[in-house]
Design a protein around this ligand. Structure first.
Ligand SMILES: C[S@@+](CC[C@H](N)C(=O)[O-])C[C@H]1O[C@@H](n2cnc3c(N)ncnc32)[C@H](O)[C@@H]1O
Length: 141
């Protein structure tokens, strides 16, 4: 069963892409959630993402939000870091956070740009406040 809760993620006053972010909170603990993804993420590019498909998507977001090189971005629930790294390609300093240690390990191995970092953590328990120019979250569940 999934309980949905709406919440605006404020990022220096901007809301990403003009959309209302929705945070879905499952009743799994973050430990259980991490375990459920860890096995999958041992397979490289588990979701079989293709650059030709998603680079234009990220480019459109960057333009829509008005992000510039040097801006900072948090990717909440970054998985294996595919989208985090696409933002870094635009000169954005991106940090990806995920509860899955295997996801973060895969991201660190796959994406070596100095503009991108990955940390294991629960995005619902972060202590940052207004630290980022933008918060991006895709299917964080
Ligand atoms: C469907 S995957 C999507 C991953 C990535 N955003 C993407 O689009 O490829 C969902 C991810 O959200 C992560 N996640 C879910 N709840 C989280 C939380 N509270 N804190 C950090 N990561 C979380 C999971 O571990 C998983 O990697």
């Amino acid at each position: 069963m999934v309980k949905a809760k709406e919440s605006r993620l404020r990022t220096k006053g901007r809301i990403v892409g003009g959309l209302e972010p929705l945070i879905s909170i499952s009743n799994m603990s973050s430990h259980e959630l991490a375990q459920s993804y860890d096995d999958s993420y041992r397979q490289s590019n588990y979701f079989k993402y293709r650059l030709w498909l998603y680079r234009p998507f990220v480019r459109a977001l960057v333009r829509r939000v008005g992000l510039k090189p040097g801006d900072s971005l948090l990717d909440a629930g970054c998985g294996q870091g595919f989208f985090t790294s696409l933002f870094a390609d635009y000169g954005i300093s991106a940090i990806g956070i995920d509860v899955s240690a295997a996801g973060v390990a895969a991201a660190r191995e796959a994406y070596l740009s100095p503009r991108v970092t990955f940390e294991v953590g629960d995005v619902l328990e972060l202590e940052w406040r207004n630290e980022f120019d933008c918060v991006f979250s895709r299917s964080c569940s």
